[in-house]
Ligand binder design. Structure first.
Ligand code: NAP
Length: 326
């Protein structure tokens, strides 16, 4: 039970995580406002009974933000600027994300906003960090520089239907009986199920002790990307051969992933570059602050496949999950 007198702002509600968070908040009867660039896009994804105040705005246009923050008690910051169909188009995402966060924090201070909850990226710290992960950290620092108390959740790959990490994995394994992969498939990560991620985001509202903290968030297992491909193949009953080669640059890998999957290069490229960085929790305070039962990677894959089966049926084979339902 979450009790709040004011409204909650969700930015990024037309996105993968923000959209699911929005549904979870409205399902709990909470008052939600959403800042979106395209109200039509958001309306298409809303349930008929769902009540959401929609405000058109753009984080890159500071003048659109003041009325968005009026009367808001807590704001979720669920936005990034990666995208575009080409690698070149995507070169400026870090600058855009810097401006967007700067505009937001200034508007938040003018409006006297009390709390921000930001979903950033997990990863090592230091010079070797990819541009994408470094940018996610920078956004966290900018948001924390204002007067609002900021919670930063540092999250790894979030697994769920429609999200880039799952869709990349799904299309690669579904389409390629023999996968020639770069060495980064041996990098370790701690993927988390989308439902668990949403539970943590909700838990931050419920648990005031999360205010002002930067918390690492991860799933129950540490796995290499090779492990993830193998688990996906097993769940789907597919026989796959994985061969690693020493020379496959991020750029080449991006072209390759882009050819095989529907995920645009503008998203694939920064993610592929980041695959050399381990994404593993350095601490687990979140597990005490917000105790939830975490979903196994295998179960996440099953959940995502079942959702796709129920949805528009985008799976190549109609056969879904081979594991028994839990
Ligand atoms: N997906 C993952 O596995 C993952 C993992 C770790 C952390 N995260 C973090 O989670 C957050 C959400 O990621 P996601 O995967 O849900 O991303 P997503 O599906 O690509 O959605 C991004 C959202 O940001 C919005 N947006 C972009 N630029 C904007 C602007 N200038 N003004 C207003 N809205 C803008 C987009 O709106 P439009 O619809 O108008 O484009 C969209 O709603 C990000 O901070 C990301 O770093 C995600």
């Amino acid at each position: 039970m979450i009790e709040m007198s004011g409204k909650i702002l969700v930015t990024g509600a037309t996105g993968f995580v923000g959209g699911r968070l929005l549904h979870a908040l409205t399902a709990r009867g909470l008052k939600v406002r959403s800042l979106v660039r395209s109200p039509e896009k958001l309306r298409e994804g809303l349930l008929p009974e769902e009540e959401v105040e929609i405000v058109k705005g753009d984080l890159l246009k500071a003048e659109t933000l003041d009325r968005v923050l009026e009367g808001i008690e807590v704001a979720y910051y669920m936005v990034h600027s990666m995208g575009g169909r080409t690698i070149g188009e995507n070169k400026v995402f870090a600058e855009r994300d810097r401006s967007a966060a700067g505009n937001f924090v200034q508007a938040a201070d003018r409006a006297g906003l009390q709390r921000i909850i930001y979903l950033g990226g997990l990863g090592e710290t230091g010079d070797k960090l990819s541009k994408h992960l470094a940018s996610r950290q920078e956004v966290g620092e900018i948001l924390s520089s204002g007067r609002a108390q900021t919670t930063i959740l540092r999250a790894p790959n979030i697994m769920g239907a429609g999200g880039a990490p799952f869709e990349m994995l799904r299309f690669l394994v579904e389409r390629l009986p023999v996968m020639v992969c770069p060495r980064w498939i041996e990098t370790r990560a701690q993927p988390i199920d989308i439902r668990d991620m949403v539970d943590y985001l909700l838990g931050c509202l419920r648990e005031p002790a999360t205010g002002g903290l930067s918390l690492d968030v991860g799933g129950p297992e540490i796995l290499t990307y090779r492990d993830m491909m193998e688990i996906y193949s097993r769940v789907r009953g597919l026989k796959r051969i994985i061969i690693t080669v020493p020379v496959l640059t991020p750029r080449l890998s991006t072209y390759w992933v882009n050819l095989v999957t529907p995920v645009p290069s503008g998203i694939v490229n920064p993610l592929v570059e980041g695959l050399r960085n381990e994404v593993i929790c350095r601490e687990n305070r979140i597990r005490e602050l917000i105790p939830i039962k975490l979903t196994s990677f295998e179960q996440s894959i099953c959940n995502a496949l079942q959702e796709i089966e129920k949805g528009p049926g985008k799976l190549i084979s109609r056969q879904s999950c081979f594991l028994p339902k839990s």
